[in-house]
Write a protein that binds this ligand. Structure first.
Ligand SMILES: C[S@@+](CC[C@H](N)C(=O)[O-])C[C@H]1O[C@@H](n2cnc3c(N)ncnc32)[C@H](O)[C@@H]1O
Length: 296
């Protein structure tokens, strides 16, 4: 590619023989293996411009400092750092959330869980009391609060740093869930009961070969160790005592864990057990309803 100026060279070029243009910088990033959209997002982030602006100004030279910053971000991206950490934000269910390495980058598949909750909410008593266990960036709790303002949402996490990110997102979005820090149900006040509990807990098995590729995200958010089901087991075991009769527990889990989660729900006395598919067609969410006879 004739205009593929090396990014590290580009910094030298900008101080000596002239700066690389936007087109050259983007081409150099592509030549280093960056995805086209990632390369545009990162340069747009550095320049504070949209991708459309970059394309219409692609002959414009970069300032040396911008070329240097861009080169550093491209190196981090090729090292596997999530784009969301590099630009400091991620889209989730129509919201823009700020993310830091203290929280999991919210995934599009988790929107499946939110969609299921939004389908159920109109059938629940008003105001519905909703909990999001292990809220991370606040993705699930804030999407539900945004789309169903009547809901009284409580969001928990074991990680104070994650809760701080979620709280900052809530302030920015003008939403005001209740917050609780601690391990799963222990975070909540004694006697707290909900009509709907949602959770996307850590569920990757401790020896899963995909974990090293996720090394930039918090291990606490990714894996409970062992077979990956421990957090799901704890949440399901404690759920009947924290749900109103007829209340629902909806869980995200691994693509191959649907049967195991359904069996755990049945064992805990849940009825109406069902699944929702993710964007790839896998049964990614499993949920059930506390039967009236199950007093918790
Ligand atoms: C897979 S992440 C989900 C984050 C967010 N809900 C989302 O969907 O993007 C799991 C979250 O559970 C939290 N977590 C891990 N162990 C926990 C525990 N024992 N009690 C409460 N939260 C826990 C992690 O800190 C992390 O924020």
């Amino acid at each position: 590619m004739s205009n593929a100026v090396g990014l590290s060279n580009a910094v030298d070029v900008s101080t000596a023989a002239g700066a690389p243009t936007i087109a050259q910088a983007l081409a150099a990033a592509r030549a280093q293996g960056l995805d086209r959209l990632d390369a545009q997002w990162l340069l747009g982030h550095v320049l504070g411009q949209t991708s459309a602006w970059l394309i219409s100004h692609d002959e414009q030279p970069l300032a040396a400092t911008d070329a240097h910053t861009y080169a550093a971000l491209c190196r981090r991206r090729t090292d596997g750092e999530p784009l969301a950490y590099l630009v400091g934000q991620a889209g989730f269910h129509g919201l823009t959330l700020q993310v830091t390495p203290d929280v999991l980058v919210p995934r599009p598949d988790t929107e499946t869980l939110v969609d299921w909750a939004l389908d159920l909410l109109p059938t629940l008593p008003t105001p519905p009391q909703v909990a999001d266990l292990g809220t991370g960036s606040g993705a699930i709790a804030l999407a539900v609060a945004h789309r169903h303002p009547a809901a009284q949402v409580t969001a928990t996490d074991l990680s104070p740093a994650a809760l701080a990110v979620a709280q900052a997102n809530a302030r920015r979005l003008g939403l005001a869930p209740q917050w609780a820090e601690g391990a799963w149900w222990q975070a909540l006040p004694a006697g707290a009961r909900f009509h709907l509990v949602l959770s996307n807990p850590p569920y990757i098995a401790g020896a899963d070969p995909h974990l090293p590729a996720l090394r930039h995200e918090p291990q606490l958010a990714l894996t409970p160790g062992g077979d990956g089901l421990d957090a799901l087991r704890q949440i399901i075991a404690g759920a009947p005592a924290h749900l109103h009769p007829g209340g629902w527990l909806l869980l995200e889990h691994g693509w191959d864990q649907a049967d195991a989660v359904a069996a755990l729900l049945a064992e805990a006395g849940f009825g109406s057990i069902g699944h929702r598919l993710d964007l790839g067609g896998h049964a990614r969410c499993t949920g059930g309803r506390r039967e009236d006879g199950n007093k918790g």
